[in-house]
Design a binder for this molecule. Sequence first.
Ligand SMILES: *Cc1c(COP(=O)(O)O)cnc(C)c1O
Length: 380
Amino acid sequence: MPRVPFNKPYMTGKELSYITQAHAQGVLAGDGPFTKKCHEWLEFRTECSRALLTHSCTAALEMAALLLDIQPGDEIIMPSFTFVSTANAFVLRGGIPVFVDVRDDTLNIDEKLIEAAITPKTRAVCVVHYAGVACEMDEIQAICQRYELALIEDAAQGVMSTYKDRALGTIGDYGALSFHETKNIISGEGGALLINDPVDVQKAEIIREKGTDRSRFFRGEVDKYTWQEPGSSFLPGELIAAFLWAQLEEADDINERRLLSWRIYDRLLEQMEQAGKLRRPIIPVECDHNAHLYFAVLPEGIERKPILERLHEQEVYCLFHYVPLHDSPAGEKYGRVHGNLAVTRSLSERLIRLPLWVGIPPDHQEFVVDCLEKAIDQQL
Ligand SMILES: *Cc1c(COP(=O)(O)O)cnc(C)c1O
């Protein structure tokens, strides 16, 4: 019986040689040659105005909050079914996350509920593309335009995904990507902010470089650099960028291989879905996804905990996902709920993520599905 971990970070094989190269060149601080390559790749592939590497997606979201100049009491509409960073970035500036429910099919923010959550204090909507599957961006963008709200995309899971052929992270004002070890394209810790309006580029560069115009200085546009605005240090060093470059070079291959494994699960689980034992992911036609994760939703009324325990006993490491933020201690303290979040509550208790990584052997996947079916059968 194979031991099936939830994730195995994939390495292309070039990471160390690029790191050695950066080391040999003696360029270790940020914004060196490898960072430049990564920026160019991201800008070319996503068609954003400017891509800036950050040390995490969390940092990119914090930059977005600084770019928007979020003030205490400003409200930001977002799903509760997300990672803490989506909310934290704004709470750090005194903003108030306003949690709305998600759609039953994609687990993305329910665009139909956004308008009713808007108040005179609302400044922005921050969407999260769960599992690398896009939110209903046309409708969300229209609402943001009508009410003059900023639109931020937490595209941490959405590298290489598209919505109507547009890269996730390039549809709103700002997009935040993650290269954390658990994501598709990795550098250990890492991320990027995508800036879509050229007008915002200079301010973003200043915020990222400790509030100085150092980026302009390096381009020879000013003869010294000085403190311009409040900012921080959001850029990664060159060793991280060198690692990331090895991954970006192989991004298409990584994406293809993940999709292949994703589709194997989808085929293997079809019969269980027909038998009413679970529900498979639903991908809207306008979304091309990146196979960031494969999940199944259990039927209502069935207990998830014994199923996960049974799987772990067999060394099959399936996982649940987010504890909804509105139910967490900080969420209750700093956030506000709009509506009853019934879908969030129900789905978050019934979702199971299956092991998926580049190169997972198909017979491991069969074993996972077999164990899952038996564990579910025991609870039915
Ligand atoms: C992973 C993740 C983050 C955080 O990414 P880091 O790079 O670890 O900061 C934020 N939001 C979502 C939705 C994520 O999945």
